[in-house]
Ligand binder design. Structure first.
Ligand code: NAP
Length: 290
C-alpha cells in the first residue's frame, strides 16, 4: 500500500455532516496528489493539545478547525497570522519551519465570494452593513467589511458577544453599532448589505429564518447567507421574493477550503471540481434526509 503524502483533517464537534472531506478529495483527485482528509471529532482541551503535538511531530500536515474550537485553539499555537489575530479565530493550521501557525481563511473566502456575487465596486465602495449574529463567522465577516470601509451594525441576542467584537476591533477607527436582535431594531435599519452569520435556517431546521416574519427588507439592500445547506434558505427565499440580489454560503465554503489547500500543498485548488463534488454531496444529503 502506498503511503499517503498529505495527511490533512478537520477538528471540531460534532462533525458528522461535514462536507470538507468531499471538497478536499476533489482537490487531491484533480491535482493528482496522494492524500487523505480525516475528521477528528474532538471535544476537550487535552485532545486539542494532543492533536497540536501530532502536527508538530509531522504526523498531520494540516488541519481545519471548526465549531467550537476556532477561538480556543489559538492558545495552543506558536504564532497566528495578522488577520487571524484581528479576527480572533483560526480555521487553518499549518507548520512553518518549526512553528505551528494559525490562519483564518474564512475571511478570505467571504471576501472573494462577496466580490464574485456582488462585484468589486460594490464591496470596495463601502456602505452600511448589517450582520445578524456575533459568533466566530461574524468576526470574519466584520473584518472584511470594516477593512473594505463599511460602517457596521451587529444584531446580537447576546450583547456581550457583540461588544467583545467592538472591543477587539477598537484599535482602528472602525464604526461598529450594536443593536438588539429584535423586529423593532431591524425595522429601523437602512442597510446596503445584510449578512446572516447565525445558523438559523440550516439543515435540518429549514423552516426557520433569522429575519422576523412579515418584515420587509430595506429597499435596495443585498442579502448574503453564510449557510450552504440548504443552498436556498427560507431567509434567502424571502429576499428573492422581494426582488433582492442574494448569495448563499457555497462559494465561501469552497473558497475558504481552496485557500487552505493551497497553504498546505502549494497547489491551486480546482474550484470547478470542488463545486461539482459539493453539489453532488448536498443532493445526496437531501435524499438522506427525506
Ligand atoms: P457560532 O460561533 O456558534 O455563532 C453563531 C451566532 O449566531 C452566535 O452569535 C449565536 O448567538 C447566534 N445565534 C444562534 N442562534 C440564534 C438565534 N436563534 N437568534 C439569534 N442569534 C442566534 O457559529 P459560527 O462559526 O459563527 O457559524 C455560524 C454559521 O455560519 C453556521 O451556520 C456555519 O455553518 C456558517 N459558516 C459558514 C461558512 C461558509 O464557508 N459558508 C464558514 C463559517 C461558518 P448565541 O451565542 O446567543 O447563541
Amino acid at each position: 500500500m502506498s503511503k499517503a503524502k498529505y495527511n490533512l483533517g478537520l477538528i471540531g464537534y460534532p462533525l458528522s455532516h461535514s462536507l470538507s472531506p468531499t471538497l478536499h478529495k476533489a482537490c487531491f483527485d484533480s491535482c493528482q496528489l496522494e492524500g487523505q482528509y480525516h475528521l477528528y471529532p474532538i471535544k476537550g482541551e487535552a485532545a486539542l493539545e494532543s492533536i497540536c503535538t501530532q502536527m508538530r511531530e509531522g504526523l498531520i500536515h494540516g488541519l481545519n478547525v471548526t465549531i467550537p474550537h476556532k477561538i480556543n485553539i489559538i492558545r495552543y499555537l506558536d504564532e497566528i497570522t495578522t488577520s487571524a489575530n484581528m479576527i480572533g479565530a483560526a480555521n487553518t493550521l499549518y507548520m512553518k519551519d518549526d512553528h505551528l501557525m494559525g490562519h483564518n481563511t474564512d475571511f478570505e473566502g467571504f471576501y472573494q465570494d462577496l466580490i464574485s456575487g456582488f462585484g468589486y465596486e460594490f464591496v470596495s465602495g463601502g456602505g452600511n452593513g448589517l450582520i445578524l449574529g456575533a459568533g466566530g463567522a461574524a468576526r470574519a465577516v466584520a473584518y472584511v467589511l470594516l477593512e473594505s470601509g463599511w460602517n457596521l451594525t451587529i444584531a446580537a441576542r447576546r450583547f456581550t458577544q457583540a461588544k467583545q467584537i467592538r472591543k477587539d476591533f477598537s484599535n482602528k477607527q472602525y464604526k461598529i453599532n450594536i443593536i438588539e436582535f429584535s423586529r423593532d431594531e431591524l425595522l429601523k435599519q437602512s442597510s446596503d448589505l445584510i449578512v446572516n452569520t447565525t445558523p438559523v435556517g440550516m439543515h435540518p431546521e429549514v423552516d426557520y429564518s433569522p429575519w422576523p416574519l412579515g418584515l420587509k427588507f430595506p429597499s435596495g439592500t443585498k442579502v448574503y447567507d453564510l449557510i450552504y445547506n440548504p443552498t436556498e434558505t427560507k431567509f434567502l427565499r424571502k429576499a428573492k421574493f422581494e426582488g433582492i440580489d442574494t448569495r448563499n454560503g457555497v462559494g465561501m465554503l469552497i473558497k475558504q477550503a481552496a485557500y487552505a489547500f493551497h497553504i498546505w500543498t502549494g497547489h491551486l485548488a480546482p474550484q470547478k471540481a470542488m463545486t461539482k463534488a459539493l453539489y453532488q454531496a448536498l443532493l445526496d444529503s437531501e435524499r438522506n434526509y427525506k
